[in-house]
Design a protein around this ligand. Sequence first.
Ligand code: FDM
Ligand code: MG
Length: 288
Amino acid sequence: MFNKIANFLLNFQYSVKQSSTMCLHRSVTRRSLFAPNIVSFGFVLMVKQFLVESATSTSSNARVKLAGKIGPTQITSMCKKVPLRGALIVLEGCDRSGKTTQCKNLVKALEANGRPAKYINFPDRTTECGGLINSFLTNKKDFNDETIHLLFTLNRWEAKNAMEILLRDGVTLIVDRYSYSGVAFSAAKGLDLEWCKAPEAGLLKPDLVLLLTMTASAISKRGGFGDERYEVPEFQQRVMKMYDQLKDDSYWTEIDADKSFGALHDELLTHCNHAIDNIVNEKMDKLW
Ligand code: FDM
Ligand code: MG
């Protein structure tokens, strides 16, 4: 008799936990998740108490073990308020500022903390349009300034729907360059800033832009520019000036990247966690 009751309670306990976990991943019932979690938390505590007390008298060591698994960590995670959606976080800055490695490490750190995250980069050279961009950057093809600008923009538009789906599904996107690179690099070549911004209008607006800055001397110390177009210190300085014109303090944070990798990572991670915790609108805003 005891076995039957205990089995029923155990199954119920795990199906409650299972469905909560599924919700966390699919974020289907994000807004309603908090209340059921508290109910299931209370219920699980009762079940745990019951099992531990009863099982000791019926020698079911396995069950005591199982019941013991519902510890404070699990309880805390079940009670966590789930964000309304993933956050769109963009890292911008000149080449050699360590953006790509930092982005990838941020994704790892967020995921390790149970926060679903994905690395995305622009240009995405894997699409047909991205292939043309790659040929241009590696000096295999030439396009005039307007054409390459619009190809970079198109490369973001073709990714927009997939990004939106991931964000709605609760996945935070750590994006290595976005529209701001598009505008800053093209405007640094002499194109009109407003003209450059126009085709980006309507793309998803990030929740946070982290602008990595470095002085000219810090950049030259890092050196290591490759053979790609734009990888010239003087041009990168012009790009940084363009970022200044695009900066919007309401969602941009400037960060001095001239520090150790670990110190920079910690600083960036703090900002990312803060952005994820502070999502207030389920709906994404649009540029600009
Ligand atoms: N770049 C990048 C642009 O000129 N426009 C854009 O829209 C984007 C996203 O491409 F020099 C430039 C910036 C950089 C080059 O970028 C390739 P990565 O991050 O080094 O791959
Ligand atoms: Mg580069």
